[in-house]
Design a protein around this ligand. Structure first.
Ligand SMILES: [Zn+2]
Length: 181
């Protein structure tokens, strides 16, 4: 069975029981931490988040050394695979309903198309004035796209689309126009 897609860096032959145990030990499933309750308090989900406790690289990849092997992947994708037994098919992504990108709770993950994921990161949670503030942070205070994404609780990809003018293009164009000397 071909299981490889864009998450092919999940190395399936490595998923021995001891390694899976080690993986889960890096995830806080207790529901006790402040981080695990934030999305519930915001009304986005009805169960606590399961934050990944290990280190996180760019694009949400987790990395850790295990018995001399260096593993990396996306923690929520692996957690979803281990609990549901499937990966999101090609062209689809796992959307965090809780908007906590470190969360590995499979109940907070929904398979959606990449396009819907981008729209959700845009339409449902942003307003034109927020997008304008993003432009000010980016161009006048030199925030990174990642810092902006973190601040507004959206995907970095969505921020990139905004600054390319792919979405919220009216706000983008209006901002650039008033920046002209
Ligand atoms: Zn969550």
């Amino acid at each position: 069975m071909a299981t490889y897609n864009k998450d092919k860096y999940i190395n399936f032959p490595l998923l021995r029981p001891d390694l899976i145990d080690a993986f889960w030990s890096k995830i806080d499933r207790s529901g006790q931490s402040q981080e695990s309750h934030a999305a519930m308090l915001a009304g986005r989900v009805s169960t606590p988040c399961w934050p990944w406790l290990g280190s996180v690289q760019r694009y949400g990849r987790f990395t850790w050394w295990y018995q001399g092997r260096f593993l990396n992947g996306r923690a929520h994708v692996l957690a979803y695979y281990l609990t549901k037994g499937i990966l999101a098919p090609d062209g689809y992504e796992l959307d965090h309903l809780c908007k906590n990108r470190h969360c590995c709770n499979p109940a907070h993950l929904e398979v959606v198309t990449g396009r819907i994921n981008t729209q959700r990161g845009n339409g449902s949670s942003l307003t034109a004035s927020q997008v304008l503030i993003m432009h000010i942070l980016r161009y006048e205070q030199e925030w990174t796209q990642q810092s902006i994404a973190d601040q507004f609780g959206i995907a970095r990809r969505t921020v990139r689309h905004i600054f390319k003018g792919d979405i919220w293009s009216e706000v983008h164009a209006a901002y650039l126009a008033q920046r002209q000397p």
